[in-house]
Design a protein around this ligand. Structure first.
Ligand code: FES
Length: 182
């Protein structure tokens, strides 16, 4: 995980840093210029490692999801099937159903344009913080085992005590197969 890796001495970025520092030392006069630059860059790269992670999603098959750890929290990266997407979007087009949502958000507001097959969520129930499980409940999405909150295939709260939808973290696609979270 990125946060622990950032603190670990075996972290590749740390090793690279040490190699660069050693090379700068060997270069004599160059070192005086290079060191302050590297020294200033190092804390910000640590901070970046703590605040964001990059994840290869090429192996996440259709209909599957992975859970990764980001800032100590589980994050679900779900590769949604056309059926899951259709069920989520159908709610948006049914005024009665949409108005019944506790935390009104369209599916489009919860995914990136043109990437609706990828749903990325903080996997923490908004009731008291348990981790919901996919594929259970009445709405085809997640069920929280603690007090029975149910989320749909967009991660929206539909039933049970949770007040809010599963949160969508800040993220961006770096390519078709790589996403940066945070
Ligand atoms: S913590 Fe999920 S329903 Fe209570």
């Amino acid at each position: 995980m990125a946060d622990t890796a950032a603190m670990h001495p075996d972290d590749p970025s740390r090793r690279d840093f040490i190699h660069v520092a050693a090379a700068a030392g060997a270069a004599g006069a160059v070192a005086a210029v290079a060191w302050p630059m590297i020294d200033q860059m190092e804390p910000s790269s640590d901070v970046l490692a703590l605040s964001s992670i990059e994840q290869d999603i090429s192996k996440v098959a259709l209909g599957q999801e992975i859970t990764i750890k980001w800032q100590g929290k589980p994050v679900f990266v779900r590769h949604r099937t056309p059926k899951e997407i259709a069920e989520a979007v159908a709610v948006d087009h049914d005024p009665a159903e949409f108005n019944s949502l506790r935390d009104k958000q369209t599916d489009a507001e919860r995914v990136k344009p043109g990437k609706s097959e990828w749903l990325i969520l903080v996997g923490i129930c908004t009731h008291l913080g348990c981790v919901p499980t996919f594929g259970q409940g009445d709405y085809g999405g997640w069920l929280c085992p603690c007090h029975g909150s149910q989320y749909d295939t967009s991660g929206r709260i539909r039933k049970g005590p949770a007040p809010l939808n599963l949160a969508v973290p800040d993220y961006a696609f770096l390519s078709d197969t790589k996403v940066k979270i945070g």
